[in-house]
Design a binder for this molecule. Sequence first.
Ligand code: SF4
Length: 189
Amino acid sequence: MYRINEIFYSLQGEGANTGTPAVFIRFSGCNLRCPFCDTDFEDYRPMSVADILDAIAPYPSRFAVLTGGEPSLQVDTLLVEVLHSRGYRIAVETNGTHLLPPGIDWVTLSPKSDATLAIHEADELKVVYTGQNVEHYYQSIKVRHYFLQPCSQTVDGSRTDNAPAVIDYCLRHPHWRLSLQVHKLLNIQ
Ligand code: SF4
């Protein structure tokens, strides 16, 4: 059984797949405690592969985004194979601290603070930007797309706006691109 926080249908709001209709499967639990985390991932209900397939079947998209929490703590070969057998393209959003099962179609690596990475290659890198040094990520991680995403929350939970800093940084370091949380701008899930 997998611990599933929620399953919903929306548009991918971040990174290179922004705007793509997707079924989101949010796994409960995370091994990190980022101060700016804006995801409530503790609640869950146990779901089997069959339960998950039943829950996602009504949605017309065959693009499944496995997110969390930290999905790599639970995603396994069985789930990947079954989703593929039903025609789903699979994306995973991970903090990179654990290896993923083989066969994932799209990996978004979003490293947090100084957590040790087990993954150094992915499809896209998404760094939540608070003004920290990010060039070591560019030097050590091989991806097709390098994104900086403005952090919108301070350590004490209040709102902040790092977008101007990201814009300025990308203009001065054009190997990075801006990623916005478009779903929040559009007020969709
Ligand atoms: S890795 Fe992601 S889900 Fe986990 S605490 Fe940090 S921001 Fe939240």
